[in-house]
Design a protein around this ligand. Structure first.
Ligand code: 3HC
Ligand code: NAI
Length: 711
């Protein structure tokens, strides 16, 4: 018997415990262990029923996702798989009962549906999240779930992938009983009692595969499939797997069980071998890899953050204070005067009210959160804070003044963070007596919603402060990514070339709406020019003005945007920017802008021409890749996957493309380089190929391989 699965007895109930921490994934050895248990208890006359339970904090969180790469690369040795386990559980003459705490996800829920019964703790969750990895369930989940939960719910659970609570699962018929109590022992006792009762029942135990009463008729189901298709088109535009999940559930309703299982297996393989699935799995592991910092190991001493103080109650300060309050951390927020403070607090209140209206939070939750936010016009309360976050205007002198003031007030050991989006953390830290405590916490707008937090390491930042920041990010529900201290850090540094190329293309004659359409079709929520209008064109203009070094003499600079700003066209907030905006913010193209672009091009000697969609896409997306490669070789990001996570969670890069560096891998660095060289030959300076891109292209390697070689 392997240590991964343990077989014990509780009276006349056999207990199969999966013991594969941290999440009891179905790694090699686990299916074998469960099968051994079924066989052993099946043959033991003293055993009348079987309970399957997860050791530690959860039931089974699914198949071992690491194994998928082995399958697609042809390395996988095929032993007994989950299909056999499920068949064994269902075929058992003795009742089998799944005892669920924590999560029963993917292959975990499928294992439980192979059992004759399912019991759970109230806090447990169940789901088929495979679609989030770009696949369908592969162990009959799409065939059994509609038989338990009905077609409509199965469609939603498989095509969207969000888990549901034990209470909802019970209502739907997925779970037979929610057991009393909250601990592991309560669950085990409840499951053993349930199994004992079941063993005393008449006739053979019920098999989910034989239940057809919830599968509906073609007439009843047709509108459900149409609705699911429409939902997926809206919520998952461009994704492949949600459609395949709908197809698999549909198979359950029209084919006999065994045929449906075959259909699911075909769809599963089709998805597993898709680039989208590889990209989404890359993102899954990437989200977890970014927590790993080679020189700040897991056991680095850290400090507890129990209270916070924010300076500035503007767009960012308000959102940051909400993030802390939402995590239950009391926060003081300071403004220069009462008027600015009231304005900031009003925005916070309005944001919360909107969340209540949309059903995201309850009124009670919001009142508790608001009670955690203390508005101030002085530094009262700052001396007690474990962390101080500065979110005043992007002005180095102002930030230095503020850090001088904080240094005098903050308690020893407090983390001193700046939310600057471009300025040097080292320069800010230099005015304090404790630069080792200073760090960048670059939130993204709206800070209470966006999941990315770039954590900017200064030259002197203490490892404990980094460890505390990474842990804090998780408490705030954010994904913290450690980056180095260069202009714009990682995200905004790459966003510069991305926006620059979009503007250059417009000057060269590409239609504004075409540029945005191409990037929208690539999978972004909005094109780069529409995004510029949303954020405000004056922001980029101010950055260019304040940093003349960004556009050295003799290099091409974005002329059109400067001209738009000079004409008072700042974007949505002034009703006009690249586009013209109606009262309802609807946008339309503006012949004035086209005329302006023609004039600029003529004056600057830029030949306007027809530009293909492919060139638009490659110029915009490859500019990200080339800059990303430079950032990597300069050491401002730890791994290429860190860049990917920044782009997925902070910049709306389409998740099914895995991030810009992974996208480069799917194209092939050599092909990307060839295109970059082509652009370099025509456009010069800004397209100098990054040395790392050249190195990888020459070696026939990918960015992911580069990451692995350095791990
Ligand atoms: N396979 C392999 N590793 C897994 C895993 C899985 N299914 N689920 C989690 N892990 C790993 C993580 O990579 C992480 O490893 P690390 O510590 O080395 O970085 C570790 O387990 C802990 O995971 P989390 O940090 O995510 O732990 P949390 O407690 O925050 O979350 C969870 C737990 C909700 C279970 C979350 O891990 C999760 O969502 N896991 C994936 C669930 C899933 O997608 N299941 C379906 C898999 S596909 C499938 O089952 C196919 C089937 O139909 C045949
Ligand atoms: P904002 O203009 O909305 O807010 C700044 C606030 O700071 C103002 O309310 C101002 O009154 C206040 N302030 C100025 N001096 C102060 C002082 N001495 N004490 C207390 N309050 C003071 O600016 P925003 O957008 O919130 O930006 C703040 C910082 O966040 C900047 O460094 C910016 O670069 C950065 N940032 C902005 C993002 C955005 O999308 N707006 C995104 C990420 C970072």
């Amino acid at each position: 018997m392997s240590d991964l699965v343990i077989h014990t007895r509780q009276g006349d109930v056999g207990v199969i415990t999966i013991n594969n921490p941290p999440v009891n994934a179905l790694s090699p050895g686990v299916p074998e262990g469960i099968l051994d248990g079924i066989e052993k208890f099946g043959a033991d006359d003293a055993v009348r029923a079987i309970v399957v339970i997860g050791g530690g904090r959860t039931f089974i969180a699914g198949a071992d996702i690491k194994e998928f790469g082995k399958i697609t690369s042809g390395q996988k040795r095929r032993g007994p798989g989950l299909q056999q386990v499920i068949a064994g559980l269902e075929a058992s003459a003795k009742p089998t009962v799944a005892a669920i705490h924590g999560n029963a996800l993917g292959g975990g829920l499928e294992t439980s549906m192979g059992c004759h019964y399912r019991v759970a703790l109230a806090a447990a969750k169940v789901g088929q999240p495979e679609v989030k990895l770009g696949i369908t369930p592969g162990a009959q989940g799409t065939q059994r779930l509609p038989r338990l939960a009905g077609v409509a719910k199965a469609l939603e659970m498989c095509a969207i992938g969000d888990p549901i609570s034990a209470a909802e699962a019970q209502k739907l018929g997925i779970i037979d009983r929610v057991v009393e109590g909250a601990g592991y022992d309560d669950l085990l006792a409840g499951a053993v009692a349930f199994a004992t009762d079941a063993a005393g029942g008449e006739g053979p135990p019920p098999r989910v595969s034989a239940r057809n009463e919830k599968l509906g008729t073609p007439e009843e189901n047709a509108p459900l499939f149409a609705a699911a298709g429409a939902m997926v088109a809206k919520k998952r535009r461009g994704y492949f797997a949600p459609l395949k999940n709908i197809e698999a559930v549909e198979a359950a309703t029209v084919l006999p069980f065994d045929e449906g299982v075959k259909k699911e297996a075909e769809l599963f393989r089709e998805c597993l071998f898709s680039t989208q699935s590889k990209a989404l799995i890359h993102a899954f592991f990437g989200e977890r890899t970014v927590r790993k910092i080679p020189d700040v190991p897991k056991d680095t001493p850290t400090r507890n953050i129990a209270s916070a103080a924010v300076i500035g109650a503007g767009t960012m300060g308000g959102g940051i204070a909400m993030s802390y309050a939402n995590a239950g951390i009391p926060v003081v927020i300071k403004e220069t005067d009462r008027e600015a403070l009231d304005r900031g607090m009003n925005v916070i209140r309005k944001n919360y009210e909107r969340s209540v209206r949309r059903g995201r939070f309850t009124q009670e939750f919001v009142e508790q959160r608001l009670a955690l936010i203390t508005p101030r016009t002085s530094y009262d309360g700052f001396a007690d804070a474990d962390i101080v976050i500065e979110a005043v205007f992007e002005d180095m002198d102002l930030k230095k003044n503020i850090f001088g003031e904080i240094d005098a007030i903050a308690k020893p050991g407090a983390v001193l963070a700046s939310n600057t989006s471009t300025l040097s953390i080292d320069e800010i830290a230099s005015v304090t007596s404790r630069p080792e405590q200073v760090i960048g916490h670059h939130f993204f707008s709206p800070a209470n919603v966006m999941r990315l937090l770039e954590i900017v390491r200064g030259e002197k930042t203490d490892k404990e402060v980094i460890a505390a920041s990474m842990a804090l990010a998780r408490r705030l529900g954010k994904i913290g990514v450690l980056v180095g201290n260069c202009h714009g850090f990682v995200g905004n540094r790459m966003f510069g070339p991305y926006r620059r190329e979009a503007q250059f293309l417009a000057e060269e004659g590409a239609k504004i709406s075409t540029i945005d359409r191409v990037i929208y079709e690539f999978g972004a929520a909005m094109g780069p020019l529409a995004v510029g209008d949303l954020a405000g064109l004056d922001i980029g203009w101010r950055v260019r003005k304040g940093n003349p070094g960004l556009f050295p003499a003799g290099t091409r600079r974005p002329l059109a945007e400067d001209a738009l700003v000079a004409a008072g066209r700042y974007g949505q907030k002034t009703g006009a920017g690249w586009y013209r905006y109606g009262a309802d913010r609807s946008r339309s193209e503006d012949p004035e802008v086209e005329a302006l672009l023609r004039k600029i091009a003529a004056e600057a000697g830029i030949a306007q021409r027809a530009i293909s969609d492919d060139e638009i896409r490659d110029r915009i997306v490859y500019s990200l890749i080339n800059e990303g490669a430079r950032i990597l070789e300069e050491g401002f990001a730890l791994r290429s996957v860190d860049i990917d996570i920044i782009y997925l969670y902070g910049y709306g890069f389409p998740p099914y493309r895995g991030g810009p560096m992974f996208y480069a891998d799917t194209i092939g660095p050599a092909k990307v380089l060839a295109r970059v060289e082509e652009f370099h030959a025509v456009h010069g300076h800004w397209w100098r190929p990054a040395p790392l891109l050249k190195e990888l292209a020459a070696a026939g390697k990918t960015f992911s391989e580069w990451d692995r070689a350095r791990a």
